[in-house]
Design a protein around this ligand. Structure first.
Ligand code: GUN
Ligand code: ZN
Length: 435
């Protein structure tokens, strides 16, 4: 049994502040007490110091917040960030499909998976829902690297039987390989499986039905796909599924819309689709960096909020251009404002942490630094750059937090802790493995 006591400024937002204005919990001088990786106590130093008087204290300089949750990211696209010139469908054809085809080589998958997870840790991300490629071994490579880092990673093999021949499986292979991966990885470390049809346009009806069947057979897995990102994509979906009332309905007809479904983007949703998402408990990973980079549009926070749609944040690397969920939360503010919505910095932090955790159905385990949760946390340094230091000097908490979201990125993450262990230390530029 190992007890650790961390002393510093602590902030978390356990519930959506749009629904509960008291959701933020802040200790200007707090203690976080961790036993075998689990938070066993938390509170003001003045209240708890006596209880832990005999235990050595690790003093933390900076703002302790929960580890970030990246609710939508593609690890095979890491080396295609900043690919110039196209919107979604042409970008996929020209830049992304060739990059993913290279993952036919298991050695390549292994060579990318570790550095990808290190990038997450360096940016303060401790949990993520990740697209692999169509190749089953791309999932093995990622899960092995995640086990070695003790990270909370959900991923799945991409299902894709329409598209470039070197990236296609079949409905039957999709079923068999997904079943085998679920069997092989269930219950290991902090990993979870996600049935991952790429999007409606790259799966046959038969394969979409297989995805629905996999979900029905395995109630513990997630569904992870893309929805309503780009105008041309939406038009092609409407043409391919004339019987569906809208894009979401094209998935719904195959049993893909449920409480464990995570859809990336949702830029062009109707009120009916928002109502259906809310009714089923399905949610959206909002990806503002990607939406700006691919010219897809701006997420409508007001519409989603009016219906009570579950939300989290995604970097969507490699359409997104930053691994930083902190920075992505600042971009979410900017995307919101384009539609007249003022995203509050505490709500942005909730989206980046507990909101994402709930979306991924791990809200009982991470996201809020609550007693009983796993001690995944990040130390934010508001003096990370001279500009941040100037802007935050003497500023109240909300203003400091907002400046970190707008101006911050990996430079502002001085440490990342995974279950109480220091996994990344910026100042020594060291990762620590402890799988
Ligand atoms: N829609 C289908 N595939 C993709 C992808 O790889 N990235 C994004 N942003 N959208 C998609
Ligand atoms: Zn994506």
């Amino acid at each position: 049994m190992t007890i650790q006591v961390f002393r510093g400024e602590i902030l978390s937002v356990a519930r959506d502040p749009a629904l509960d204005p008291e959701a933020a919990l802040h200790h200007a001088d707090g203690l976080l007490v961790v036993e075998d990786g689990i938070i066993v106590d938390r509170g003001d130093h003045a209240d708890l110091a006596e209880r832990y008087a005999g235990v050595p204290v690790e003093r933390i300089e900076g703002l302790i917040v929960p580890g970030f949750i990246d609710a939508h990211v593609h690890y095979p696209q890491m080396d295609r960030i900043a690919a110039h010139g196209e919107q979604l469908l042409d970008w996929l054809e020209r830049h992304i499909f060739p990059a993913e085809a290279a993952f036919a080589d298991p050695g390549h998958a292994h060579a990318v998976a570790g550095p990808f997870l290190d990038e997450l840790l360096r940016h303060g991300t401790t949990s993520a829902l990740v697209f692999a490629t169509v190749h089953a071994h791309s999932v093995d490579a990622l899960f092995e690297a995640a086990l070695a880092r003790n990270m909370r990673i959900h991923a799945g093999k991409v299902l894709m039987d329409l598209g470039p021949p070197d990236l296609c499986d079949t409905a039957q292979a999709a079923r068999e390989e997904s079943e085998a991966l679920i069997r092989a990885w269930r219950g290991r470390g902090r990993l979870g499986y996600a049935v991952t049809p790429r999007f409606a346009l790259t799966s046959s009806d038969e394969q979409l039905a297989v995805a629905g069947d996999l979900l029905a057979r395995h109630p513990d897995v997630l569904l992870h796909t893309h929805l309503s990102e780009n105008v041309r994509e939406c038009a092609e979906v409407a043409a391919r599924f004339p019987e569906a009332s809208d894009y979401l309905d094209a998935y719904d007809r195959f049993g893909l819309v449920g409480a464990r479904s995570v859809f990336a983007h949702g830029i062009h949703l109707s009120d009916r689709e928002c109502a259906r998402l809310a009714e089923t408990g399905a949610g959206i990973a909002v990806c503002p960096s990607s939406n700006l980079f691919l010219g897809s549009g701006f997420f409508d926070f007001a519409r989603a909020g009016a219906h009570g749609v579950r939300l989290g944040l995604g970097s969507d690397i490699g359409a997104g251009t930053s691994f930083s969920v902190l920075h992505t939360s600042g971009l979410a503010y900017q995307a919101g404002l384009a539609g007249g919505y003022r995203l509050d910095p505490f709500r942005a932090l909730w989206l980046a942490t507990a909101g994402g955790a709930e979306l991924l159905h791990v809200g009982d385990k991470v996201g809020a630094l609550a007693i009983g949760q796993e001690a995944d946390f990040v130390v934010l340094d508001s003096g990370a750059t001279s500009l941040l230091a100037r802007r935050t000097a003497g500023a109240p908490l909300a203003e400091r937090l907002f400046a970190l979201q707008v101006l911050g990125d990996d430079r502002a993450v001085s440490r990342t802790y995974v279950m109480g262990r220091r996994a990344w230390d910026r100042d020594s530029a060291r990762f620590e493995f402890f799988g």
